[in-house]
Design a protein around this ligand. Structure first.
Ligand SMILES: [Zn+2]
Length: 481
């Protein structure tokens, strides 16, 4: 890739110079235990929204609004529990500039020292020897959210104008299903978000630990349950074994015919919907910094189904997979209970990819399962249902957003980024694309080993500071197009 390099050195040096302040800002954010899943901590989540409001005000953002989302839908202990607000703010309103919406979340996963943390989770600890910042939310997602604020602070300090208009959308329920967010985005599409040209989300991670990435795809997920019921109550196998049709036997028989041990989905027609692999896409996998060893380290075993990098990544990112998750109602404790469960519910899901049509997939699943149930000739009743679904997302990694982000990455890190997808979902990506009718870029800050939802969550100082430079650089390259 050849490109005109922008003169961003002053911005990058200013960001380096402000490093101590930026670490303090993140420390102040981490100190607020904004755990969205814990009802008792809801005031802290709200306090985090007020913290942002204050920071945004000091940095010169305008039209700052804390959008009330009403009470949290059941189940909740406190029936009056208020959802935390979504924080909206603008910086600049120049019709000659492009407008970038930046999304992040200010809530975090729960964390207790007793869980196995080496340091207090809600105190940002700078391990100077390793130059790593430890603390809940450091990488997910307070680091990136503070990153955007830092970019503005650096511009202010330089007396530079931002190259684009910014619109912030920071939510406080991301770790708890983003309640209220879809509705807000739909409501504000033609109001607060009117005129937004593109969306940038910094809420995912590098694939590995050494090479920056830009993410252009996510798999979707259709989750199903199959209920098989027979007897009116659980029975004893000493009395009823051999003389009643057992629901568990039927369920296992059907579930065993959904996927084989090589990971191949056995439901006819699913693979026919998968987009063919083009040569151009295939080429994207060649240089990606990933190895079979990394997979083995991540899963803690040598039980992978593929023996080379490209196949592993393709099967994680661009092919569907079916996983059997569990059986509700089955005996699952230790020991040797001789129960015949009366009703069992098998749970499984399919990770979806382009061009699988969600509705058509449901029909294929239902038809296959119903055919298998019929073939059993069992007097038990079986019922297959969809519990929830979320579509896949795919952007064009060769478009101008990704081009701008790639240039910024190369300026900062000195390497071209890998273009990656993820095997999981970030539903808000699709919501923005659909409601604002615009393209979305996923621009991660942290590394693959940051432990986002786990103990000892961390963010390397290098990623934090270079991440700020990359976010800022992206705005400049995108603004110049
Ligand atoms: Zn997150």
């Amino acid at each position: 890739m050849s490109y005109t390099k922008l003169e961003l050195e002053p911005l990058f040096s200013k960001i380096e110079e402000l490093k101590p302040q930026f670490i303090t800002r993140l420390a102040n954010a981490v100190a607020i235990p904004s755990v969205s899943s814990d009802e008792d901590k809801r005031p802290q989540v709200v306090a985090m929204a007020h913290f942002l409001q204050k920071e945004l005000t000091n940095l010169g953002f305008t039209d700052i609004q804390l959008k009330d989302l009403g009470t949290q839908p059941p189940p909740t202990v406190n029936k009056e529990l208020q959802l935390p607000p979504i924080v909206l703010a603008r910086h600049g309103n120049d019709p000659l500039k492009k407008t970038v919406l930046i999304y992040g979340h200010y809530d975090v996963q729960p964390a207790l020292l007793e869980d196995g943390w080496n340091t207090e989770p809600f105190k940002l600890v700078h391990n100077e020897a390793k130059d790593i910042l430890y603390g809940r939310g450091s990488t997910d997602d307070k680091g990136p959210v503070m990153g955007w604020l830092n970019v503005v602070e650096a511009h202010n300090a330089l007396g530079w104008e931002l190259p684009v208009n910014l619109v912030c959308c920071f939510e406080g329920m991301e770790e708890s299903g983003s309640l209220g967010l879809d509705e807000l985005v739909a409501r504000e599409a033609q109001q607060y978000f009117k005129g937004v040209d593109t969306v940038c989300i910094s809420d995912n991670y590098w694939l590995g630990t050494s090479k920056p990435v830009l993410t252009y795809g996510l798999r979707g997920c259709n989750y199903y349950q199959l209920t098989v019921s027979g007897p009116g109550a659980d029975l004893h196998s000493g009395i009823f074994g051999g003389i009643v049709a057992e629901p568990m036997t039927d369920l296992v028989k059907v579930m065993s015919q959904l996927v084989d041990s090589q990971g191949k989905i056995l439901i006819p027609g699913v693979y026919d919907m998968v987009a063919p692999l083009t040569e151009k896409e295939d080429g994207l996998y060649d240089n990606i910094d990933f190895s079979v060893e990394e997979l083995e380290a991540a899963c803690g075993s040598k039980t992978g189904l593929h023996d080379n990098k490209k196949d592993i990544l393709k099967h994680r990112w661009r092919y569907p997979s079916l996983s059997l998750h569990g059986i509700e109602g089955a005996f699952s404790g230790a020991g040797a209970k001789t129960v015949i469960p009366a009703k069992v519910v098998g749970k499984f899901s399919i990770r979806t990819v382009p061009d699988i049509d969600s509705g058509k997939l449901d029909k294929l699943v239902f038809d296959h399962v119903n055919k298998l149930l019929k073939e059993l000739g069992s007097p038990n009743t079986g019922k297959i249902e969809l519990i929830h679904d979320g579509n896949y997302w795919l952007a064009d990694p060769f478009n101008d957003l990704f081009g701008a982000a790639a240039k910024a990455t190369e300026d900062v890190w000195g390497v071209k980024p890998d273009f990656t997808r993820e095997g999981g979902s970030i539903p808000i990506t699709l919501t923005f694309e659909k409601e604002l009718k615009t393209s979305v870029l996923l621009l991660p800050m942290g590394r693959g080993d940051d432990g986002a939802h786990s103990i000892n969550e961390k963010l390397d100082v290098l990623n934090y500071i270079n991440g700020c430079k990359t976010l800022g650089g992206y705005l400049h390259y995108y603004g110049k197009q």
